[in-house]
Write a protein that binds this ligand. Structure first.
Ligand code: WTA
Length: 638
């Protein structure tokens, strides 16, 4: 018998040891006992991190939607699968049962087929958090089409880049979206994006806000009439375990966003197994993850992980501040939420509002609290623990990445004693290593280094869409035979891990990964800008905010700096999205550079953080005099 559900610390250590000693036997047992396969695998695992190539459950055949939907119908047909809470608290919540989900996914899958979509085709989904988002994801999986969900806060340029990179044949969107008191013209953004996307043949449009929109004849189709005509029977496509399930883009420190490719069998097994244990989900629990399905957290822990366990998963369309900052707690009370999973940035924003809005609501249903996306600072951790969990609901601080597919380092609630700001112990099957700058593993406790993973786990991304070399260079070249996460971490005296943050040029703002290079590229598009450098600095709600150093072209004319700041942020909004706007912009004459011409970001980071006492050795710079002028100029940043 596999230990599908871990219940105490001794059991954790015992199962962990087994998963490390005999990984293949361990995962084989989990896969065999808890999932539905059409054909069993020939080999549990083959791997080679030098290529890199990783295959789990090779030779097996399955369809993930049979595991997430069909197999629950006999016993859980009338159980709520998706509980949809609309943006407007006065609009009624929808309880979509497993039976209804099955019908809606099958109909949608037939619509995709009728529109010429088949196995292996890429479909871009650009939708707000409405049921059609989860349903279209599952409909793609049903027929073996590869979904590429793009977060609906991204701009038209960001959308078209992602559509073209994976050559999507179809885009699924809606007329618009509700976001608090605002509506957003999503279809307008799609129209703009599709001006330069020759691969797209069809756009399916769901109706959400009833706005009047442009429909391009031959290309754009309203979804509802097509669904009305479609059959609710759709045989699940037979997929190989290693067939791609989806692509999800994440920012790199340089260049284009990376289309991380996740495959079917291993991803299913790992997300389901982690969901069950990390949230200690029990049959009648109501689970709510506040992420958007546009991010990996939503893929793995709103859609696939929960549904593979037959859980009830909440989808919330709105924002934490509408109609007021008590909305999250109102929803917890209304739906008697048992597990609540959110991001530190949301916790900090809510903590700022004080506890009055929390005290109005009955939060006694909560059993487990989760945190994800960035390091949770001590203050936020205690506020969450005291005010939301009332010191009786363990906080699971879950560290993982788009690339890892599932949670990697985390406490197991009621099993692992928690410690503020620590993600604590590796999950079952995960072998972390801390590395020094010379590429040596640092053993023992009370050490810190660069966080790597030494052994494959089932849900790791297999490649970057269309660019395997980049996959290898980014993740498998820094340290021999290891997956490099890009994060730094420390290990305390008992072996608990604390993630200290990125060690590359990715900055996490409000839990969103932003690469500095694409933002600098956008800033440099401004006709008055000669060069720019962007760094992060601490922000009390967002975790980090962005600080831009900008060199203007020397035209002899004087320019209004405040106008320029607005224009630069406008360009960033158009190219990437409002999440990448700069909080501060400092105009400067120069940037500190090494003799090989590389910008010394370490110095810029320190200046942005107002920490100029120890800038290190600046004598090797090409232009050491520029440092003082930048320090003097900080008072004019805005
Ligand atoms: C950071 C989100 C500290 C980390 C699932 C990682 C965290 C990046 C935590 C991945 C955490 C995520 N503590 N840092 N609990 N969770 N991170 O791809 O830097 O959006 O590399 O995946 O977020 O972000 P991504």
């Amino acid at each position: 018998m596999s230990n599908y559900h871990i219940k105490h610390l001794e059991e954790y250590y015992q199962v962990y040891r087994k998963s490390i000693r005999e990984p293949e036997n361990f995962w084989e047992e989990v896969a065999e006992e808890h999932f539905m396969w059409q054909k069993k695998w020939e080999k549990v695992l083959s791997w080679d991190f030098t290529k890199p190539e990783v295959k789990w459950f090779e030779g097996a055949q399955l369809n993930i939607t049979e595991n997430c939907i069909d197999r629950h119908l006999a016993t859980r047909g009338n159980k709520t699968a998706i509980l949809f809470e609309p943006n407007d608290p006065n609009e009624e919540a929808q309880h979509i049962t497993y039976k209804e989900l099955s019908e809606r996914v099958n109909k949608f899958a037939n619509v995709l087929k009728n529109q010429g979509i088949g196995k292996g085709d890429r479909v871009c989904i650009y939708l707000p958090m409405i049921p059609e988002l989860a349903i279209s994801v599952l409909a793609c999986a049903r027929i073996g089409a590869i979904h590429s969900v793009v977060f609906a806060g991204f701009s038209s340029t960001a959308l078209s880049t992602r559509i073209n990179d994976s050559e999507c044949k179809m885009v699924i969107t809606s007329d618009g979206s509700f976001r608090g008191a605002k509506t957003i013209d999503l279809k307008g953004i799609v129209d703009e994006a599709l001006k330069d996307t020759p691969c797209v043949q069809t756009v399916l449009v769901a109706k959400r806000i009833d706005s009047i929109i442009h429909m391009e004849s031959d290309r754009d189709k309203w979804l509802q009439p097509l669904l009305d005509d479609a059959s609710s029977d759709c045989k699940a496509e037979v997929m190989n375990a290693e067939d791609p399930l989806f692509i999800l883009y994440t920012s790199g420190s340089t260049g284009m966003p990376k289309g991380m490719v996740h495959t079917t069998g291993g991803y299913m097994v790992y997300t389901a197994y982690t969901f069950k244990n990390v949230f200690q989900y029990r049959e009648d629990d109501i689970y709510w993850c506040t992420a958007d399905i546009g991010w990996i957290t939503g893929h793995s822990y709103i859609v696939y992980g929960p549904l593979a366990n037959g859980a009830t998963t909440v989808m919330f369309e709105g924002v934490p501040s509408y109609p007021d900052f008590g909305r999250f707690w109102e929803i917890v009370e209304k739906h008697k939420i048992n597990q609540f999973y959110t991001a530190p940035t949301a916790i900090r924003a809510l903590a700022k509002q004080g506890s009055e809005l929390v005290e109005k609501y009955d939060l006694s249903s909560l059993k487990t609290l989760g945190s994800v996306g960035e390091p949770i600072n001590e203050e936020a951790w205690h506020w969450y623990n005291d005010n939301i969990g009332k010191k009786k609901s363990p906080i699971v601080d879950t560290w993982w990445q788009t690339e890892t597919g599932g949670i990697m380092i985390t406490p197991i609630p009621f099993v692992t004693p928690t410690k503020p700001t620590y993600a604590t112990l590796p999950f079952i099957g995960i072998q972390p290593a801390l590395m020094d700058e010379n590429g040596q593993e640092i053993r023992g406790n009370q050490v810190d280094g660069r966080l790597c993973i030494k052994f494959p786990w089932p849900s790791m991304a297999r490649t970057i869409w269309g660019n395997h070399q980049r996959y290898r260079d980014t993740y498998f070249s820094a340290f021999e035979n290891k997956y490099f996460t890009g994060d730094g971490a420390l290990r305390d005296e008992v072996g608990y891990y604390r993630i200290t943050g990125r060690v590359d040029d990715v900055i996490i703002v409000s839990g969103h990964n932003l690469g500095t290079a694409p933002i600098e590229d956008a800033v440099n598009e401004h006709p008055a800008v000669a060069e720019s450098a962007i760094v992060g600095f601490p922000h009390d709600v967002k975790g980090n905010a962005l600080y831009g150093y900008v060199i203007l072209k020397d035209t002899g004319e004087s320019r209004d700096h405040n106008n320029l700041r607005k224009e630069i942020n406008q360009i960033i909004t158009e190219h990437i999205g409002p999440i990448a706007k700069l909080d501060k912009i400092q105009f400067t004459q120069g940037l500190p550079k090494t003799r090989s011409g590389k910008i010394m970001r370490r110095i810029l980071r320190k200046i942005a953080c107002n920490d100029t006492t120890n800038l290190g050795d600046t004598s090797t710079l090409l232009n050491p005099e520029v440092v003082q002028s930048i320090i003097d100029g900080t008072k004019n940043s805005n």
